[in-house]
Every structure is written in structure tokens, then in C-alpha cells.
Ligand binder design. Structure first.
Ligand SMILES: [Zn+2]
Length: 306
């Protein structure tokens, strides 16, 4: 059995949304309840996240954006809401990834799951977007490099393309960004021709999925394409943008991945990054039942996939 950290704090529930918003605190409550009902809960190493320092956040975001957020309340864009405690929650969400990376570095953990909100992969250097305030995984990647992990592989299976993550690293050959996502769909980026820029060309791989794609298309992407890319890139650490809105029951998209499909994706990622730390960070997932079940499946694989 692997040593698997589960990073969570009630501070994430303080990020309040207007009534009816799909990105609600009920998502994390559903995950906790699903894991508590299973035998997995007691096998996990339960850890509190730290709060990301401003200097960590500024490795990805512009200071002008950070300053603008302080004291900001209301809609930042059409669907991204900032409440009184949102920046605090977002700082801890990024801090969870940082904490998990640090614990892997010291050898305390092999793998981790950061059960956080707000999510991060749409957040750009200079703006909040798509329910995301700080780009948790991107901040984690820069922190990991500061700790000595030179080459970072980011796998993103959220049903939406992680525009913010791609843009952060598109000219960087030390961070590989691999994404599957429904296409065309929000946010509009993620065409297969987007492969990185200048020195980072060839270090971004987008696999767009047509409406109605399901387990077989994802098995090909994660079981057949991903392993070769990871082998060639030879990363020191793997960060995963784990978005469960690719599930067939999810209300925000049109992809048909089943519970078993989720298991195959997670297992394929873990097998591709067998010898290195794997840190999963929650992104989307808006059907509370399938979200709880998908994270439970993820934790089973994190614990037992050798
Ligand atoms: Zn999403």
C-alpha cells in the first residue's frame, strides 16, 4: 500500500457562491462523505494544507491581479464569483498542492490528493476565470521546481481545457502539459495544433474529445499516448488536474466516461509515473454523487496501484 496524503481544510467551505452555482461547497462535503463511508478514510494520511505565500502565488500570477483581488467581492467574470473569504480559500488551495509536494520531497508521502476549491486550471496570470482564482497546479509546479524537481509533468483530465496552465508553461520546456478535454467547448482553447511556443514547442499535448466521447477514447489517450510522452520527457514529479466533470452523469459537459473509465484514467497516469511522486488536485466535477464515487475510485488507485 502506498502512503497517500489527503489534504483538506474547512477553509474551502468559506468560498461562498451565489445560490444555484454549480461550484458549491457541497462538492467537498460529498467527497468527504463518500470517503468516510468507505474503508479508505482510515488508510489515508490526513493533512491540513498550508496557506500559499504571496511569493508562491506570484510565481504564476501578476502582482497587479493579486492586489486587485484583495478586498474584491462579486462576480469577477460571468461565472467566477469572489466572496469575502475566497482569496483566503484560494491561497490554501494552492498551499495544499505545495504542502503535498513538500511531504513527497521529504519522503513522508508517495502520492497525494488535494481536495480543494476554488479550482485552478482556468486561472490566467492576470485574471480569474471559469470558477478559478489561483492556478493551484501551476503554482505547485513552480514550487516543485524551487524544491529541486527539475521536470514537471502535468496531466489534466478535466472536461474543460486548462487554458491557464497551458499559457503559463507554453514556452517552457521544463514543464510538460498534457490535456484531454471536450472540444469544442468552454473555454475554446485546446486544439490539437496547440503544442507550445518558442522553446516550449513540443512540450504541450492537447487531445480534444468530441461530444459523446467515452471510456474507449480516454483509454487510448491515457493508456497509449500518455506513457510514451512521460517516458520521453522523463519527469521528476507528476501533477494531475483531476476534474471529474468528464463523468457521464456530469451536468456541465457531454463526455461519457463511466466509473470504470475514471479508474482506467487514474491507473494509466499512476503507471506512467510509477517511479515519481503523483499529486492529484481537484478541479471540476459537479454531480455530487458521481464526484464522490469518482474520488473514491481515485483514492483506491492511489493506495493500491503498484
Ligand atoms: Zn471543468
Amino acid at each position: 500500500m502506498k502512503r497517500v496524503g489527503f489534504l483538506y481544510d474547512d477553509v474551502f467551505l468559506l468560498h461562498e457562491m451565489p445560490a444555484g452555482h454549480p461550484e458549491s461547497k457541497d462538492r467537498l462535503i460529498a467527497i468527504n462523505e463518500s470517503l468516510r463511508r468507505s474503508a479508505l478514510w482510515d488508510k489515508l494520511v490526513h493533512l491540513k494544507p498550508r496557506k500559499a505565500a504571496k511569493r508562491d502565488i506570484l510565481t504564476v500570477h501578476k502582482e497587479s491581479y493579486y492586489e486587485k483581488l484583495l478586498g474584491y467581492t462579486g462576480y469577477y467574470d460571468a461565472d467566477t464569483y469572489v466572496s469575502k473569504h475566497s482569496v483566503e480559500a484560494a491561497s490554501y488551495a494552492s498551499g495544499a498542492v505545495i504542502e503535498a509536494i513538500q511531504r513527497c520531497k521529504t519522503g513522508e508521502l508517495d502520492r497525494a490528493f488535494c481536495s480543494v476549491r476554488p479550482p485552478g486550471h482556468h486561472a490566467e496570470a492576470d485574471r480569474a476565470m471559469g470558477f478559478c482564482i489561483f492556478n493551484n497546479v501551476a503554482i505547485g509546479a513552480r514550487y516543485a521546481q524551487g524544491l529541486g524537481y527539475k521536470r514537471v509533468f502535468i496531466a489534466d483530465f478535466d472536461v474543460h481545457h486548462g487554458n491557464g496552465t497551458q499559457h503559463t508553461f507554453e514556452d517552457d520546456d521544463t514543464v510538460f502539459y498534457f490535456s484531454t478535454h471536450q472540444y469544442p467547448h468552454y473555454p475554446g482553447t485546446g486544439h490539437s495544433s496547440e503544442k507550445g511556443k518558442s522553446g516550449g514547442t513540443g512540450f504541450t499535448c492537447n487531445i480534444p474529445m468530441g461530444y459523446g466521447s467515452g471510456d474507449e477514447e480516454y483509454r487510448e489517450a491515457f493508456g497509449e499516448v500518455l506513457p510514451g510522452l512521460v517516458e520521453e520527457f522523463c519527469p521528476d514529479i507528476m501533477l494531475v488536474s483531476a476534474g471529474y466533470d468528464l463523468h457521464v452523469k456530469d451536468p456541465l459537459a457531454g463526455i461519457g466516461v463511466t466509473d470504470e473509465g475514471v479508474r482506467t484514467i487514474v491507473r494509466s497516469i499512476l503507471l506512467a509515473g510509477k517511479t515519481i511522486p503523483n499529486i492529484f488536485c481537484l478541479e471540476g466535477g459537479y454531480n455530487l454523487v458521481s464526484l464522490g464515487e469518482s474520488v473514491k475510485i481515485t483514492m483506491e488507485e492511489l493506495l493500491y496501484c503498484e
